[in-house]
Design a binder for this molecule. Sequence first.
Ligand code: HEM
Length: 159
Amino acid sequence: ISCVEDAILFTEEQEALVVKSWNLMKKDAGEWALKFFLKVFEIAPSATKLFSFLKDSNVPLEQNPKLKPHARAVLVMTCEAAVQLRKAGKVVIRDASLKKLGATHFKYGVVDEHFEVVKYALLDTIKEAVGEMWSEDMKGAWSVAYDHLVAAIKTEMKP
Ligand code: HEM
């Protein structure tokens, strides 16, 4: 009987696919981040109500200065998750940060369906950004990294 937590197998190739595509997007990260979340709100318009800074704001969605940082955080943290999955076989987030992430998403009423929509929009944005470089393997690598990151956040989504 093993007492060791099962490590997730995430290969060097998968890590490289994620890092390579993120590096390509990095120089226009703000633009892609914005596109990413506009896709989310196109699919799920009601999700805008979750964000305090969108709900209480009169500026058009795409001009809201607070929208990009969240979108960028999702991209960056998913890429970091890929690196950690390869290195450590798990998503590593500082305890305090993970607790805060879980608490925030719980408090604002983020549910499974929101994570699904964001995943779909994330993959669609990367596909658009990398063009010919897109592949099923690249999609798979980002999917796995995102799913594990979300699973980690969900462990702390409780009152
Ligand atoms: C806040 C990351 C998914 C909605 C935050 C913050 C971070 C973050 C870093 C701010 C820090 C904090 O207060 O704890 C992520 C990551 C995600 C993710 C890494 C997925 C891997 C989602 C999804 C939704 C969402 C799917 C809903 C569509 C929100 C909201 C806030 C927030 C409403 C609070 C914003 C406000 O201050 O009004 N997220 N997020 N997030 N996130 Fe996410």
